[in-house]
Ligand binder design. Sequence first.
Ligand code: F6P
Length: 324
Amino acid sequence: MKKIAVLTSGGDSPGMNAAIRSVVRTCAYHGIECLGVYQGYEGLIEGDFKPMDARSVKGIINKGGTILKSARSKGFRTEEGRKKAHKQLIDAGVEGLVVIGGDGSFTGALIFNQEFNFPVMGIPGTIDNDIYGTSHTLGFDTALNTVVDAIDKIRDTASSHNRLFFVEVMGRDVGHIALNAGIAGGAEEILIPEEDLGLDRLVESLNRSRKSGKTSSIVIVAEGDKIGKNIFELKDYVDENMEGYDVRVSVLGHMQRGGAPSCFDRVLASRMGVKAVESLLEGETNYMVGLLDNSIGVTPLEKAIKGKSKINLELLRVSDIMST
Ligand code: F6P
């Protein structure tokens, strides 16, 4: 293999730049060429490529977002789009592709490989941590630190004004951010998609903690929570069914996706980039690199896409005990 391309796809996450840097520098280390693809799969279709050498990724390890930009491509979902993308890669002399993204991006990579037998390797980049085959996705640790910092600040107001705050965090289908940041931020309740607490039990539990002497409370709500109401309806319900608290809502939104990656994410990205390139050079294809038991390994893309990343049940119990 003499030339590899790298792209970022789906929602950006802190650590993507560090992973691009690692892919580019690992290519340089092994004396092969590297092309950066702009705008994810859209850029693949359009041939929006730029040669990258070790120096073109200087000063980015500490930057959030992705210098290659990202997109959720509709074109790549069509056979015609993928055909164009394949032609662009062949014309540019590319022999392997590293895709940094989430499970949607990996599904695209796998289909692409099956259609054209083109070698692909995935690096999991999403703050949601919702990918099977790695204990941590790139950006998860940074997002947790951002959320905990926000909860700490909200708590100042909650306790100064004796308020109950509902804080919505990201996590479309999973509660990893909510559960971990909720425990670290001392939340009274954590509502996640994996568990339906039910409105009555929520109010009961908040009443219990109020009676035990708490004067303020924070409830963390994952955006994909299955309780059946959005966070503003939740607030209204609790307002109507509970005495004694002034209730407020805070939706953290995209601030969770930005910012400088944590030390953990920078190291993880560097390790994953090396493994992705070296696996391609060893003739491997259709794998996602991941962190398992603190070692970098690979999982077949198909498994990574189909498998479910499960929440840690021990954390649920810890959270229950901590909110006593
Ligand atoms: O997949 C990561 C994620 O941050 C989800 O938690 C969230 O639902 C989604 O992206 C938001 O995506 P967008 O930026 O397209 O609104």
